[in-house]
Design a protein around this ligand. Sequence first.
Ligand code: NAG
Ligand code: NAG
Ligand code: NAG
Ligand code: NAG
Length: 423
Amino acid sequence: MVLHLNGVSTRFACVLAVVLSLCHGFSFTEFIVGPRMGRGIAVTPKSSQISVAQQLVNSNGYPFEEHEVSSEDGYILSLHRIPKGKFENTTNKPRRPIALFQHGLLASSDAFLFRGPEYDLPYLLADAGYDVWLSNMRGNIYSNKHQIFDSEKDPEYWKFSLHEVGQYDLPAIIDYILNITKEHSLYFLGHSVGSTAAFIMGSMRPQYNAKIKLHLALAPLVYVLHEISFPHKVFLGSSVSLTQSVVARNILNVFPRRDYFSKLLGALCGNGVPTQFLCLIFIYSLVGIDGEQFNSSYIPEFLSYFPAGSSVYLTSHAMQMYAEGDFRPLDYQNPFMNLQKYQGLSLPSYNLSLVDHPVSLHYGDGDTLVTEEDISFTESRLPRVVGKVRVPFTHFNHMDFMVGSDAKDLVYKELIYLMNKHR
Ligand SMILES: *[C@@H]1O[C@H](CO)[C@@H](O)[C@H](O)[C@H]1NC(C)=O
Ligand SMILES: *[C@@H]1O[C@H](CO)[C@@H](O)[C@H](O)[C@H]1NC(C)=O
Ligand SMILES: *[C@@H]1O[C@H](CO)[C@@H](O)[C@H](O)[C@H]1NC(C)=O
Ligand SMILES: *[C@@H]1O[C@H](CO)[C@@H](O)[C@H](O)[C@H]1NC(C)=O
C-alpha cells in the first residue's frame, strides 16, 4: 500500500522491490501485505511462550491473565486481563467495575500496553479500581485459532468482516466476562473500528445493549460524510479492486505481525534516519498531521506492536464504509458469499436507532479519518448519546487516542471521570 501514496515512496519502493526480487521466488506483495495461504509464517505464539502482552503487563508490575473465549461460529478469541491495580489487595475490593477495550484496525491488545502506566489507559484504569479486559479481534496475532479451521491453511477461516466481530465475537466476550465476574454490565472502550463493532452488535443483537453501562467511542468509524482527501482517495477509495487483487494472490491474512518486517520498517523510520520523513508522510497522510502528540522516537517500538494482522475482508469492510459513506455489512462482491454470510441478497444499513446503550462520542480536530461532521451525524442517529466530546487539542488525530504523548491528560482522565460518573 505504501506504493500508491506518492512519487517518492513509489520510487523508493521500486528500488526495494528490484533489490529484493533478485531473490528467487520473491513476491513483493507478499512481502508487504502478508503470506499466501498455506505458505504460513508461524503467527501463533507457541503456547508455552509468555505472550508479549503478558511480558509488558508483568514488567510494569501488574497482574495479567489470559482467557480464551469461543464465538458461536467457532473462532477462539484471546482476552487479556489486568484484574487489579499495581498496589491493590484483592481482598479489600471485591467488586470492581469492568472496563473492556476493543482495539481498532490491524491492532491488538498490546498497542494499548507498551508505553506503560505513565501513559496507557489500561494501567490507569486498573489503578483507578477497574477490572480491565482487552479483546483481540479474530484474525490478529493473539486470536488466530478456530475450532475447525486452520488460519494458516484454510481460506474459510478468513471470511469475516467487522460484521462477525459485532454479531458473534463481542457478544461471546461480554457473556464470558459477565459470567466470570458475576456482573450485569460493563464499560466498553472502543477505538475506531473497535467502537464500530459495538454499534454493529447493538443493532444486530439489541438484547446486548443492556449489558453496556457506557460505551466510550473514541473516533468511531460509522457514517463518513466529510470530503475525502486525496491520499485517502488513493488509499481507501479503491477498496474493491485492491481487495480483489490481494485475494487473487491468495493472500487473506493482511499485515500480520512479522519480526523482519517490523525491524526493517523500524530501521527505516527511526529517529535520525534520513528515510524517517517518508514514514512520517505516510502516517500523517493517513491519520492526520500531529507532530506534537506523535513522538517519532516511538515509531520503531510502535512498529513491533502494530500492525498485528487481520482479514483482508475486515480491512475491506472499513474501506467500504469509507468509500460509500454508508454503515452497512461488507458487500463481498459475490452473490454466493453474500448469501452464505447474510442469508439474504440485500445488505441494508445497520439500524442505529436500535443501539440504545449510552454512548459518549470522542473526536479530535486533527483526525482526518473520522471528523466532527461524521461524529455529529452518528450522534443524530443514536438514541442515547450522553456526550459528544472534542479533545481539547487542535491537531489531535486518529492515532493519538492510542499513542498521543498527552493522551492521558487530554483524553484518558476525562474518560475515567465519565466512567466514575456513570455508575
Ligand atoms: C494490602 O495489604 C497489606 C497487608 O495485608 C497492607 O499492608 C497494605 O496497606 C494493603 N494495601 C492497600 C492498598 O490496601
Ligand atoms: C459460567 O462460568 C462457570 C464457571 O464460573 C462455568 O462453569 C459456566 O459454564 C459458565 N457459563 C457460561 C454460559 O459460560
Ligand atoms: C519521546 O519518547 C522518548 C523515548 O521513549 C522519550 O525519551 C521522550 O521524552 C519523548 N518525548 C516527548 C516529547 O514525549
Ligand atoms: C430501525 O429500528 C427502529 C426501532 O425499532 C424502527 O422503528 C425502524 O423502523 C427501523 N428502521 C429500519 C429501516 O428498519
